[in-house]
Ligand binder design. Structure first.
Ligand code: GSH
Length: 329
């Protein structure tokens, strides 16, 4: 049997040429489609980084295996959080609620999950349009070609941190502005500049974890049948190699150790408080929770909770953020 996949890495970009039945079954690698998929599987935080460098990707949370982000694991939360420890979310007064909110997303994208954590916590109803990472036809109308994009009563907002800043100003005009030197803004920046870079090297660190991640991504994303089958294997192989490059780029020697260290740094930042925001989550809590949610129930996320002290805070956040406020499109 001919080799199913041949992977070529060029300047940090992965290209997959497929042979044999894979080649005949899918055109994914024959044009820009493969490149689009790899982009989709790659987390970019360039807009948050002064050097324009990009970070990489992550897959869905198991919480998304449930209905919408809260789902399946809500059950686990109810077991692990005592009744007296239930943390309430913060619904807005009705007059402050935007009327029509639509999130263009990839279900597994950490930046999209960051925005969802915010919307869920504030109980802002939103519709979701799952973007096909290969064709991106759902966002053809937009000049900005990444996700998340949030449309709010006709206004288009882009970039997760900017979206959250703008939404937060809309719902609470007295809330501090970004980069104002507060503890909250410092940790929000840490999420975009540091924490997200830990994700790809971990979720693609070996063939079995890369496959686990792509299984997740392809089974929850907007893919055609052919794309799903192809992307699962070709994507896993490609991202396995890309993750090695990312390790080098971000000077990560041991990716698991780096993830555990980040988790411990966050626990230290809490300094004994339930949340960085004190008795209630603030935007930094929501950002850390949002980007970790897609990996929480993958091997890397389970290891992180098992080997660090982040689990208790994470469980409190699950309880505080609660059920998703997503509504049918
Ligand atoms: N800084 C942006 C990064 C957004 C981003 O890189 N999103 C990824 C998905 S996780 C993306 O759309 N990549 C380009 C692509 O899929 O083509 C943010 O915080 O929203």
């Amino acid at each position: 049997m001919r080799r199913a996949q041949q992977l070529i890495l060029l300047n940090g970009r992965a290209a997959v040429s497929a042979g044999g039945s894979l080649a005949s079954s899918t055109p994914i690698h024959t044009n820009n489609n493969w490149y689009n998929l790899q982009q989709a599987a790659t987390l970019y935080s360039s807009s948050n980084r002064s050097d324009g460098s990009r970070s990489h990707w992550l897959p869905l949370s198991n919480s998304v295996a449930g209905r919408y982000g809260g789902g399946v694991f809500a059950g686990a939360v109810s077991f692990s959080v005592l009744a007296s420890d239930v943390y309430a979310k913060e619904p807005l007064p009705l007059d402050l609620r935007p009327k029509d909110v639509v999130l263009f997303q990839y279900e597994a994208c950490p930046f999209c999950n960051k925005v969802k954590a915010f919307l869920d916590y504030y109980d802002i109803p939103y519709k979701v349009v799952e973007v096909n990472p290969i064709s991106k036809k759902e966002i053809k109308w937009s000049e900005y070609k990444k996700v998340p994009i949030l449309t709010v009563d006709g206004e288009n907002l882009v970039d997760s941190s900017d979206i959250i800043n703008k939404m937060s100003q809309k719902i609470c005009p007295t809330h501090s502005i970004p980069d104002d030197g507060t503890e909250e803004s410092k940790w929000r920046r840490w999420v975009d500049d540091h924490l997200v870079h830990m994700l790809s090297p971990n979720i693609y660190r070996n063939p079995s974890e890369a496959l686990e991640s792509f299984d997740y991504i392809t089974s929850h994303g907007n893919f055609s049948f052919t794309e799903r089958v192809t992307a699962k294997y070709a994507g896993a192989v490609a991202m396995y190699f890309v993750s090695k490059k990312l390790k080098k780029k971000y000077n990560i020697v041991d990716e698991r150790a780096a993830l555990y260290e980040a988790a411990e740094i966050w626990v230290e930042a809490l300094n004994g408080r339930n949340f960085l925001g004190g008795s209630k989550p603030n935007l930094a809590d929501l950002a850390v929770f949002g980007v970790l949610r897609p990996i929480r129930y993958l091997r890397s996320g389970k290891d992180m909770v098992e080997h660090t002290r982040i689990g208790e805070w994470y469980t409190r956040m699950e309880s505080a953020v609660g059920e998703s406020s997503r509504i049918a499109a």
